[in-house]
Design a protein around this ligand. Structure first.
Ligand code: SF4
Length: 446
C-alpha cells in the first residue's frame, strides 16, 4: 500500500476529569462512521471467500442480566422470562444456520468461541446445554483452541459451573469489578463479595484451564484504601489473569442520566490521572507477585500457558460470526453490528431477513490502521508484521505521530518494534486517536 501519510492532528493534552463518553477503542473506523441499511453489503461479504489462513471465531451474545449496573451502556434485559429467553436462543440458532452455508464460512470451523453479554451465566444449566448442543450441531467447535465465557459471580451455583465446564469452556471470566460490598451496591452490581469468593473456589474446583478476574478502577465511591484492598484480595486469589478497566461513563448510563439531571459535566468518579495511577500500582503489585503485563488492561501469571485467543485473533484480522442482538461481526473486511433491540432482532430473524443494524466496508488502509491500533493495546507492535501483511513501513507511515508521542515519553521505536512505555500503555486508548485517518478523528468516539 502506498497511500500518502495523513497529516497528524495537533496533540491534545490528556483530559483529567472523567467527562461523559466512551474512551475505550474497540474497533476502527469508529462506529459513528458505520452506515445503516447495509444488508446487501453484508450479503456480498459473506458471498465471497476468505483470504488464506484467516481464522474464524464465533461470538454468542446473551443480553440478559439480573440487574442493570449504573455504569452499564450495553443493551440488557432484566425482565425476560424463560419462554422469552428460549425464543431468543432459538433465533440465534436460526441466524447461525443462515450463515454457515455461505461461501465465506463453508467448510470452516471456529478457532475460538466467546460467550459474552449481558450475562451468559444468567442462563440455566439446562439452557446452556441445549444451546451449545444446537450450536455445535450447526457449526462444530472441535477445532476451537479457546471457549471463553463471561460470568457474574452471583449466578454461579455449583450445577451452573459444572455445566459451564461440561459445555467446553476453557476461559472463565468472572465479572468481579470490586471486592467492597458498599461499592458494589452503590454501582448497582447484583453480586456481593461473598459470592465472588464462593464462585472462585467452586470454579477452581472445576479445573478451568484459565480463570480471569475483571476489575474496574474508579467506580463510584472508590477510595485509595479500597483500591489497595482490591489489589490485595486479587493477589490472594491468584487468578490466571486479571483484567482492569478504567471507569468510563458513556452517555446512556444511569450515572450519566443523573449527571445530566444535576447539570454536572464531570462524572462523580476519580479523574483519569488517579485511575491511571491506580492501574499502574495494581500492575506493579501484580508484577511483583510474578504476573506479566500482557496489554493495557491485562496481567497474566504464565504468559506461555495463559493466552487470550479471542483478543489475539480478532486483533490480527480474524473473521467473526457474531450471533444475537447487537453483536458485532467481521466478514472479509466488512464490519457489521446486528439490530440492537431484541424485538427488532427477533422480527428480522423470523422474517428470514438479515438482522443488520449498521456496517462498514473497510479499505485496505483502514484494515491496516485497525490492526495497528488494536495491537498497540498490547503495548508492543512488530513492524515486520505490517510489512509482510500490508506492505507498509509503519516508521515512515506514522513518523509524525511516533515523533511527538516519543517526545512525550509514551513510546519508543526501534528497527523492529514500537514499544509503549508503561505511562503510554495506561492511556493507550487516548493516544490511538492520533493514528486515525484525518476524517475519522472526532472528539466523541461511540
Ligand atoms: S452485568 Fe455487565 S452487561 Fe449486565 S448490566 Fe452489569 S455491566 Fe451491564
Amino acid at each position: 500500500m502506498n497511500a500518502a501519510p495523513a497529516p497528524a492532528a495537533p496533540f491534545t493534552p490528556l483530559q483529567n476529569s472523567t467527562l461523559a463518553g466512551n474512551y475505550f477503542i474497540s474497533n476502527y473506523p469508529p462506529f459513528s462512521f458505520w452506515s445503516e441499511n447495509q444488508n446487501a453489503e453484508v450479503a456480498a461479504a459473506i458471498a465471497t471467500t476468505s483470504a488464506p489462513d484467516t481464522k474464524l471465531g464465533l461470538y454468542h451474545h446473551i443480553p440478559f442480566c439480573r440487574k442493570r449496573c449504573h455504569f452499564c451502556y450495553f443493551r440488557v434485559y432484566t425482565d425476560k422470562n424463560a419462554q422469552d429467553i428460549q425464543t431468543y436462543l432459538d433465533a440465534t440458532i436460526t441466524e447461525l444456520k443462515t450463515l454457515v452455508d455461505q461461501p465465506l464460512y463453508r467448510g470452516r470451523k471456529p478457532h475460538f468461541v466467546y460467550f459474552g453479554g449481558g450475562t451468559p451465566s444468567y442462563l440455566s444449566a439446562k439452557q446452556l446445554h441445549e444451546l451449545t448442543d444446537k450450536l455445535k450441531a450447526v457449526l462444530p467447535w472441535d477445532a476451537a483452541q479457546e471457549v471463553a465465557f463471561e460470568a457474574e459471580p452471583g449466578t454461579l451455583n455449583p450445577g451452573k459451573l459444572t455445566a459451564i465446564k461440561d459445555i467446553g469452556v476453557t476461559r472463565l471470566s468472572l465479572g468481579v469489578e470490586h471486592f467492597d460490598d458498599h461499592v458494589l451496591e452503590i454501582n448497582g452490581r447484583a453480586h456481593r463479595s461473598a459470592e465472588v469468593f464462593t464462585a472462585y473456589e467452586r470454579a477452581r474446583a472445576e479445573n478451568f484451564s484459565q480463570i480471569n478476574i475483571d476489575l474496574i478502577a474508579g467506580m463510584l465511591e472508590e477510595t485509595e484504601a479500597l483500591w489497595q484492598r482490591n489489589i490485595t484480595q486479587t493477589l490472594a486469589l491468584r487468578p490466571d489473569s486479571v483484567t482492569i478497566y478504567q471507569m468510563e461513563v458513556p452517555y446512556n448510563t444511569t450515572i450519566y442520566k443523573e449527571m445530566k439531571a444535576e447539570g454536572k459535566l464531570a462524572a462523580p468518579v476519580a479523574d483519569w490521572q488517579t485511575k491511571r495511577r491506580w492501574v499502574k500500582e495494581a500492575f506493579a503489585a501484580l508484577e511483583s507477585a510474578g504476573y506479566t503485563i500482557a496489554s493495557g488492561y491485562t496481567a497474566v501469571l504464565d504468559p506461555q500457558r495463559t493466552k487470550f485467543v479471542y483478543r489475539d485473533e480478532l486483533w490480527t484480522g480474524a473473521d467473526l460470526i457474531g450471533l444475537g442482538v447487537a453483536s458485532f461481526s467481521h466478514a472479509a473486511g466488512v464490519h457489521y453490528q446486528n439490530l440492537t433491540e431484541i424485538d427488532a432482532y427477533l422480527a428480522a430473524i423470523h422474517a428470514r431477513e438479515r438482522p443488520t443494524k449498521r456496517a462498514f466496508r473497510t479499505s485496505p488502509e483502514e484494515l491496516m490502521i485497525r490492526e495497528f491500533i488494536l495491537q498497540m493495546k498490547l503495548g508492543r507492535v512488530q513492524l515486520g508484521y505490517f510489512v509482510e501483511k500490508f506492505h507498509v513501513k509503519l516508521a515512515d507511515r506514522f513518523a509524525t505521530q511516533f515523533g511527538h508521542l516519543a517526545a512525550e515519553g509514551f513510546l519508543t521505536v526501534s528497527d523492529t518494534t514500537v514499544q509503549l512505555t508503561r505511562d503510554g500503555l495506561l492511556c493507550v486508548d487516548t493516544l490511538l486517536h492520533e493514528f486515525f485517518l484525518a476524517h475519522h478523528r472526532t472528539s466523541k468516539i461511540v
